[in-house]
Design a protein around this ligand. Structure first.
Ligand code: SAH
Ligand code: SF4
Length: 346
């Protein structure tokens, strides 16, 4: 039986109309699903019993199952979720000053195999469906709603397992439901898709206007990028990628986030900060520096704090907008793929 959460609003509306109901009903049921977050059709009390039963016989209403919840000392909450075919994926709630940001996965595993990434090390299993992608947000929202005086969930970032632009049609549908006022009602500013930069999908994504864009660069030149993220680097050269980013159709004042993980002794020298500044000199972007989140299956280390600060300082002095992001949840293996790998190896 199909999961109703996998349908787009248009698909759902036509299926409701086929049952002889008006499109207004589709609207109503959509709100029950995404806003009231029903777990069963029987809870949709303003529908006739007959319609509720019919829906229950046509569709499953299925969220990923919570396998493990871990709360870190810094407040980060990590969920290991089980999908219908028993595959495990991860999502994380990250506390900020006055809200949570949820980091969600888009694929089981990832085909790109970046050398610093736990998800990359497990290889690609399969794409996640829209219902599975958004099911993570429903799990996060329900969890927070059951916590007393919890902060609200305000942002969603596609920075969990997988490369979202290699699952574009399903990610696109998820973004549509995320934004839909009858759906989860997040504005594009509060949703960010992170990608290594898949050339033929970048334009389509930007033109959709459905979310903000973050690009995982991690190296200022092609040689180094090829070493640490070989498959992503083979898709497009660093120079070409930055040129493409410069020509994307963005909203006025929209800025692309450039992500740069600092890896000890690999990409953290001042020379590399200089090259990065030069590479990005014409781009309307902002740089997020993130200290590597180390884990046993990857052989890299975090740079020491002095080097991290010197790298940031250099870019700052050159006039770049640069933020140093703390890796949160280190004690619960919160970087993407780490908890799953730890669990699978037990
Ligand atoms: N595939 C997409 C989105 C998922 S990864 C991408 O690569 O952008 C989300 C972010 O987590 C990326 O910037 C990725 O480089 C980063 N990441 C992966 N492994 C990490 C680690 N060990 N420590 C810190 N960040 C990591
Ligand atoms: Fe895939 Fe992103 Fe991990 Fe690279 S960093 S292997 S693209 S999930």
């Amino acid at each position: 039986m199909n999961n109703v959460l996998d349908l787009s609003f248009a698909e759902f509306t036509s299926s409701i109309e086929e049952l002889g109901e008006s499109s207004f009903r589709a609207d109503q049921i959509w709100r029950w699903l995404w806003q009231k977050r029903c777990l069963d059709f029987s809870e949709m009390t303003n529908l006739s019993k007959g319609l509720r039963e019919k829906l229950g016989s046509l569709y499953a209403l299925q969220r990923p199952k919570v396998q493990v919840v871990k709360k870190s000392r810094d407040g980060t909450i990590k969920f290991l979720l089980r999908l219908v075919d028993q595959e495990l994926i991860e999502t994380v709630l990250i506390p900020e000053k006055d809200h949570y940001t949820q980091c969600i996965s888009s694929q089981v595993g990832c085909a790109l195999g970046c050398t610093f990434c736990s998800t990359g090390q497990m290889g690609f299993k399969r794409n996640m469906t829209p219902g599975e992608i958004l099911g993570q947000v429903l799990v996060g929202l329900s969890y927070l709603e059951n916590e007393e005086s919890s902060l609200p969930l305000r942002n969603v970032v596609f920075m969990g397992m997988g490369e979202p632009l290699l699952n574009w049609p399903r990610v696109r549908q998820s973004l549509e439901v995320l934004r839909d006022p009858r759906g989860l009602n997040f504005s594009y500013r509060r949703v960010t898709v992170s990608t290594v930069g898949i050339p033929d999908k970048l334009k389509e994504f930007a033109a959709s206007g459905l979310a903000s864009l973050a690009v995982s660069l991690h190296a200022p030149d092609q040689k180094l990028r090829s070493r640490i993220m070989p498959r992503a680097a083979a898709l497009v050269s660093v120079d070409e990628l930055v040129r493409m980013l410069g020509s994307l159709p963005l909203r006025p004042r929209q800025r692309i986030t450039i992500e740069y993980i600092l890896i000890g002794g690999v990409n953290d020298e001042i020379k590399q900060a200089r090259d990065l500044n030069r590479l990005l000199s014409h781009l309307k972007g902002k740089i997020n520096l993130i200290a590597l989140n180390p884990s046993p299956e990857i052989g890299y280390l975090q740079p020491d704090q002095k080097r991290i600060l010197a790298f940031e300082r250099y870019l700052w002095d050159k006039g770049q907008t640069v933020h140093l992001r703390k890796s949160k949840g280190c004690d619960i293996q919160a970087a993407c793929g780490q908890l799953r790998n730890a669990k699978v190896q037990q």
